[in-house]
Each structure stands twice: as structure tokens, then as C-alpha cells.
Design a protein around this ligand. Structure first.
Ligand code: UD1
Length: 357
């Protein structure tokens, strides 16, 4: 069986690494061809993940990055079609909800190549988010939908998608965190900062368009992180989108702003942290995997079970609220985490389902 995997953005490299290992474990039964769209291209947004996670080098690199959503997606679509015509795979595998996901799913569906969507069925019910449009479209053209949670099965059913092709497998991010946390040691820079900060640090990330593209929201969030850093250590690995949007912002000396980090450093920082503030979907769950409380810098989340279970709180972009919730919630011991995201074998289940289909 031949599979073309389409990746392009940071979280997809993490998810694809899980599947690449699972494919390799099946010997020659599956031949995987990796296509990197180029959406994320900086060394610390892309190469570091391939190296750390031993993801095989892409067979095709499309070099498409930047531009408007339509422009980026359109250029990917055109180039992906050429690759798919050349490779003629049995399946195209796409992950999550980025523009690369949409382009991969659409290019394949138009050529009548079957699409398998990993992390299917998630919904924020906010169509202003580019990710929501991407994930709805990808789900509706997919022949196999790998869902991480019972709620995702329900979401799909409400849209008329139900049946054997909807396969609950758990979350590949949980597989990844379990596997790589066992191998992860911090880089010297991260180790030294953790030692100097004296423990109890918080990890913060901001990159979602609804926050970065609205100057008032971004100023409130960055202001809150600065306020919090006056009383406890906060590290903020800054996404290029956020760096651009922040313009001339100069962080207070107490806020530790760094370049985007690799996956292993991120895991090390999370594991030793007192909590997380983020608008990233991946980081919300990674906080949970390590039993850390998380403040979600949005007004809704796709990972509703985290909020329902008291593991995360939605705080939006209100400066005073973020500061007070950080004081009240972060640092709490949340006790043993329930198995909301499967058992760490999502990757194996996906491979089995693909071989059966
Ligand atoms: C994208 C995804 C988002 C995902 C995130 C993970 C979409 C619509 N959004 O958002 O769902 O959570 O990736 O990080 O697909 N840039 C660089 N260097 C890079 C990467 C990006 O300079 O290596 C710049 C781009 O040129 C652009 C900005 O950062 O100006 C944003 O990048 P883009 O890929 O458009 O979206 P993300 O915000 O990363």
C-alpha cells in the first residue's frame, strides 16, 4: 500500500512522526511518501522537528509559504495535484486543520484518491477561525476519519457523517508525548533557564490569528503575561506570526521571551512547569498529559473535555482575568489525569484501519 502524507505546519510534524514510526514497524506493508508543503519553513519551526523526532526527510518539498489564505492554499493545491498524479497513492493522509490539511484533502478528493484524516471531528463552532473551515472541509471529503475523542464522533454524527469509516483511535499527540517524553532531555539553554528561574515556572504561547491579528487582544495577552512574570517565572517561545504582529513591543525584563522551541525542549519545560497559558490546541492537551493546569487564551476550545473535567479554563483575552485566573488556578495539583485521549496506541490503530480498508 502506498500512502502520501501531507504535512506543512509544526503540529503536523509531531503527529506524522507517530505514524511514520508505526508504518516502519509494519516492515514493507506500507510505503510512505512525505510531502512538505513549506507552510512552516524556519529551521526552528520545521527542521528541528524532523531531526528530533527522526521523521524521514520529505520526498517532495513544495516551497509554499506566506500570502493570503486563498493564495497559500491555491498554490499548494496546484503543486500537490502534480505530486499526486506522479505518485498515484492508494491514500492521502492529512492531519489536523491547517491550510496544508485542506489543500492535501482537496487535491486528493478531486483526483478521486481516498483521503484519511487524522484528528477528525473536532469543532470550535466558530467559522471565523480559518482552522474550523479547514477541518470541516477535510472531514467532508475524507473516506477514513480518525477521531481522537467521543465528542468528535458526536460532532461528526451531527453533520451526517457516521458509520464504519469513522474510527475512534485516541489522540496521536498522546502517543507522541508518551514516547518522546521518555527520551527528552532539555537543551543547555532551557536547562540553565529552568535552574536559574528557581522552579514553578509557567509556559506561555500565543499564535492564533484571532489573537495576533487583533491589536487590542494581543496587547492584553502580552500585558497579562508581563504582569504575571513579575511574581513568577514565565517563558514565552514566540511564534513568527506573533513576533511580526507585536511589532515594537518590548517585553518586561522578567518575561523570558525566546525563539520557537523544538518538541523535546517543549516537553521538558511543560513537565517541570506549574502550568500553561496558551491559545494552541496541542499545548492545551500536552499540559493535561503532564497533569498541569491550563488557561486557554480563547473564548472556546475544540478540546471541551479539558474544560468540562476542570483541567483547563477559558479566559479569553481579558488582561485582568488572565492575571487573576493565573494566580488562582496555575500551580494547582490536579491529581491523576483520566484517560481522555486513549491509551497511547492511536498510531497503531490507524495503521491497522488503513491496512483493513
Ligand atoms: C498555522 C495554522 C494553525 C496552527 C499553526 C501551528 C493555518 C490556517 N493555521 O498557523 O492552525 O496551529 O500553524 O503553528 O494553517 N512564518 C514564518 N516562518 C515559519 C512559519 C511561519 O515566518 O516557519 C510566518 C508566515 O510567513 C506568516 C506567519 O508566520 O506570515 C503565520 O504563518 P502561517 O503558516 O500562515 O500560520 P500560523 O499562524 O503558523
Amino acid at each position: 500500500m502506498k500512502i502520501v502524507t501531507v504535512v506543512g505546519a509544526r503540529p503536523q510534524f509531531v503527529k506524522a512522526a507517530v505514524l511514520s514510526r508505526a508504518f516502519a514497524a509494519r516492515g514493507g506493508a506500507i510505503r510512505e511518501v512525505i510531502v512538505h508543503t513549506g507552510q512552516h519553513h524556519d529551521p526552528n519551526m520545521s527542521d528541528v522537528f524532523f531531526e528530533e523526532m527522526r521523521l524521514p526527510k520529505p520526498d517532495h518539498h513544495l516551497g509554499v509559504a506566506g500570502g493570503s489564505h486563498g493564495e497559500m492554499t491555491g498554490r499548494m493545491l496546484e503543486k500537490l495535484e502534480r505530486v499526486l498524479l506522479e505518485e498515484r497513492p492508494d491514500w492521502v493522509l492529512v492531519y489536523g486543520d491547517t491550510n496544508s490539511t485542506l489543500a492535501g484533502a482537496l487535491a486528493a478528493a478531486k483526483l478521486q484518491i481516498r483521503v484519511a484524516h487524522v484528528e477528525s471531528g473536532l469543532r470550535s463552532y466558530n467559522r471565523a477561525m480559518p482552522e474550523e473551515v479547514n477541518r470541516v472541509m477535510a472531514d467532508h471529503v475524507s473516506s477514513l476519519l480518525f477521531v481522537p475523542t467521543p465528542r468528535a464522533v458526536e460532532n461528526l454524527r451531527e453533520e451526517g457523517i457516521a458509520g464504519d469509516h469513522v474510527v475512534p483511535v485516541g489522540d496521536v499527540m498522546f502517543d507522541a508525548a508518551r514516547h518522546y517524553a521518555a527520551l527528552a532531555t532539555p537543551s543547555p539553554a532551557v536547562r540553565d533557564w529552568m535552574a536559574a528561574s528557581g522552579g514553578g515556572h509557567l509556559v506561555a504561547t500565543v499564535h492564533r490569528a484571532e489573537n495576533t491579528d487583533d491589536p487590542a487582544r494581543l496587547a492584553a495577552i502580552l500585558g497579562a503575561l508581563g504582569d504575571i512574570s513579575a511574581t513568577r517565572p514565565v517563558v514565552l517561545p514566540l511564534h513568527p506570526r506573533t513576533r511580526k504582529a507585536a511589532g515594537a513591543w518590548s517585553p518586561p525584563a522578567t518575561l523570558h521571551v525566546v525563539e520557537p522551541l523544538g518538541y523535546l525542549d517543549t516537553l521538558c519545560l511543560l513537565r517541570a512547569s506549574a502550568g500553561v497559558l496558551t491559545d494552541s490546541g496541542g499545548l492545551q492537551k500536552e499540559a493535561f498529559f503532564f497533569g498541569k493546569p491550563c488557561l486557554v487564551l480563547r473564548s472556546e476550545t475544540e478540546w471541551v473535555e479539558l474544560v468540562d473535567g476542570g483541567h483547563a479554563r477559558l479566559v479569553g483575552a481579558d488582561r485582568a482575568r488572565i492575571v487573576s485566573e493565573a494566580a488562582a488556578f496555575l500551580g494547582r495539583d490536579l491529581g491523576e489525569a483520566p484517560a481522555l485521549y486513549g491509551d497511547g496506541r492511536a498510531g497503531e490503530r490507524i495503521v491497522e484501519a488503513l491496512l483493513r480498508a
